[in-house]
Write a protein that binds this ligand. Structure first.
Ligand code: GUN
Length: 284
């Protein structure tokens, strides 16, 4: 039997609990604040940022979207980040990616105060995660770990295969799985015999960014399949990296697209903003 992991339902439940926590923090004089810096007019980024803003407002967070023209210089953007680093009203800072060509994204991520880096992309936070003492965790893999917890999916000793090696999803995912004692294999576009490698997985996490890339030939009977993909098909419909209809009958658990991993990513962003605010509050 296949269980479809309901990311939307879990996200709603966690956001309900977060809202109560935010209310209590506000009563103690702290309103968690999140600022999202958006450069240019990339339509996908506009949608992601709008969703983040709406969710933050719904939680009662102090929420701001700072918009900049496509032509902003690196120096100007770095100065804006420094301004928000110093602004106590914001506990979380997120710079929406991708950035225009004239701006070095690595420099930008380095400029964010690691204590406010709610995306978990600063090398300091990635380093802490890789060293086994995470503080800010990239939100998508963090959300996936919450799904495993909610559905009581045991990871210890399991063969976990991660397809995709981005700093945002694949690499941090591998470290989180490792921390829960899974045996982790990282794969990518140049892995030989990828279907055979994937087929050994008890836990298969797919973040390769290619619509319906993972077919039933990649999946062992009874595997847990997590689909991070957000692709558009030829009709503009949102589709995952996994060919859901043919893979689902094989899987023990599977996430759909939409309403799978996506809602959890935003939820973890809000959760980390609240955590950052609590850490600051503790210092007062
Ligand atoms: N662009 C696409 N996904 C993300 C994300 O999770 N964080 C940021 N900052 N930019 C993104």
């Amino acid at each position: 039997m296949t269980t479809i992991i309901n990311g939307k339902e879990l996200a709603d439940k966690m956001q309900g609990a977060l809202k109560i926590e935010v209310e209590s923090l506000k009563e103690q004089g702290t309103q968690p604040g999140l600022v999202v810096l958006l450069v240019g007019e990339n339509p996908a980024s506009q949608t992601y940022v709008k969703n983040k803003e709406l969710a933050a407002q719904k939680m009662g967070l102090h929420s701001k979207v700072a918009r900049y023209p496509e032509t902003i210089t690196e120096t100007e953007l770095l100065a804006e980040i420094e301004k928000y680093n110093q602004d106590a009203a914001f506990h979380g800072i997120l710079v929406q990616l991708p950035l225009p060509k004239q701006i070095d994204a690595e420099k930008v991520l380095l400029a964010i105060d690691p204590k406010k880096d709610v995306d978990g992309f600063h090398p300091m936070n990635l380093g802490k995660l890789f060293a086994g003492s995470p503080e800010m965790i990239p939100c998508t893999p963090y959300g996936i770990m919450k799904m495993f917890e909610e559905y009581k999916i045991d990871l210890a000793g399991k063969n976990a295969v991660v397809i995709g090696r981005s700093n945002i999803v694949g690499k941090p995912m591998a470290h989180l799985l490792l921390a829960e004692n899974a045996t982790v294999t990282m794969t990518h576009s140049q892995t030989k015999n990828l279907p055979a490698v994937a087929k050994a997985a008890d836990i298969l996490v797919v973040a390769i960014g290619r619509g319906h890339f993972v077919t039933k030939d990649f999946v062992k009977e009874g595997a847990v399949v997590i689909d991070v993909g957000m692709n558009r098909d030829e009709n503009g419909k949102l589709i995952g990296d996994v060919a859901f209809d043919e893979v689902a009958p094989l899987a023990s658990y599977i996430t759909p697209v939409p309403k799978g991993v996506g809602p959890m990513t935003i939820t973890m962003l809000l959760a980390q903003t609240v955590e950052a605010a609590k850490r600051e509050e503790g210092k007062k």
